[in-house]
Design a protein. Structure first.
Length: 364
């Protein structure tokens, strides 16, 4: 199905090509025409592939699905969710939340339901309707903007909202643990203003959640409700960790304010390898202001880097400390407008989709 999608895309897009990039000898990229997708804004925030092989595209004020033949805009989301209803703007924006609907992350669960985080709560598409989840606590519903979420093997959904861990099960969103009120007696100083940026579920060596936070890497034991700070001792706190990429054999990658951390979890401690951004040899040259936004793995275990330099996004293939430039938005950026990479999706057949604030790109 995914190969079919790729073939159909290129058959249709050959007459709509705007830019073509060949920064790598092996990979070329084409921008998909915004009008063909049906975008009202070319600011694309997030991507996912569901179990049917359909591509899901989150954009400003839009949620779009590509089924291999046509682009489908799911405008019914604005009718299903009360918080998105706005008669003044035709249901396309919510002024109290910055004037727009912007799905920052999309994930697919084992039931092939589509989940996404937004500025007003976590949203599920169960293939019949869109459902908004917000925290229910002390008999009230609290509007929450999850910074990140993940699934466990039991089908539960875990959310991080600033310093609080919430859980969705049996159709309800509930508070599970507060780092501020409960964790200060464990690994977190009471004076800390904690914010979680990413979350990942890990089954072994014990069932836990890994949290990327302003206080480094935190490990939260789901069963005992104990929290541990797994950040290397030599790192001075606070230490910002922005993203987690779970790997194989208890191996994890973290994007930090300094560069990259590699962690292998053991029974009672962790083994760490740290790479500063300055330690990496970028094929287009090393620059002091270059920032690593995310390190991630493709289905084959290859490491990739999303970076930003002077507000311009680039994508690199990482092998050890060697980073090969594969894609950059430098050529379409101007003195008054810089373009960034918001998300990258690499499928099992190595097709690459790149979501940017200049539209959607696909590899040939």
């Amino acid at each position: 199905m995914r190969n079919k999608i790729k073939q159909i895309i290129f058959c249709i897009f050959i007459s709509f090509t705007i830019y073509q990039y060949a920064l790598s000898d092996d990979i070329k990229f084409t921008k998909i025409d915004d009008n063909l997708i049906g975008l009202t804004s070319n600011d694309i925030s997030s991507l996912a592939i569901d179990k049917n092989g359909h591509l899901w595209v989150g954009a400003r004020n839009q949620m779009i699905e590509y089924d291999g033949e046509k682009w489908i805009e799911h405008s019914e989301i604005f009718n299903d969710i009360d918080y998105l209803k706005n008669p003044i703007s035709g249901g396309r924006c919510l002024p109290s939340f910055g004037g727009s609907f912007y799905p920052s992350e999309i994930k697919i669960d084992n039931n092939n339901h589509v989940w996404m985080s937004s500025g007003f709560g976590l949203i599920e598409y169960n293939r019949n309707k869109w459902i908004l989840y917000n925290l229910e606590f002390n008999g009230r519903t609290w509007l929450t903007s999850p910074s990140c979420f993940t699934f466990d093997e039991k089908g539960r959904i875990w959310m991080a909202y600033f310093d609080t861990i919430n859980i969705i099960e049996e159709g309800k969103c509930k508070k599970y643990f507060s780092v501020f009120t409960e964790g200060t007696q464990q690994a977190i100083p009471a004076s800390l203003i904690l914010e979680c940026f990413d979350i990942a579920y890990q089954k072994t060596p014990q069932e836990c959640l890994l949290l990327a936070s302003t206080w480094g890497v935190l490990e939260f034991n789901i069963n005992t409700k104990r929290i541990y700070n797994r950040t290397p001792n030599e790192k001075e706190q606070p230490f910002f960790v922005y993203s987690i990429e779970p790997g194989l054999d208890k191996y994890n990658l973290f994007t930090t304010s300094e560069g990259i951390l590699e962690m292998k979890m053991l029974q009672y401690n962790s083994e760490w390898t740290s790479y500063m951004t300055s330690d990496i040899n970028f094929s287009d040259g090393n620059f002091d202001r270059k920032q690593i936004l995310k390190v991630f793995l493709d289905p084959n275990g290859q490491e990739w880097l999303i970076t930003r330099l002077n507000l311009i996004g680039s994508l690199y293939k990482l092998n050890g400390k060697e980073a090969e430039l594969v894609f950059s938005l430098k050529d379409v950026s101007t003195k008054t407008k810089s373009y960034q990479i918001n998300d990258v999706l690499i499928t099992d057949d190595n097709t690459m989709y790149i979501a940017t604030n200049n539209g959607l790109y696909i590899s040939e």
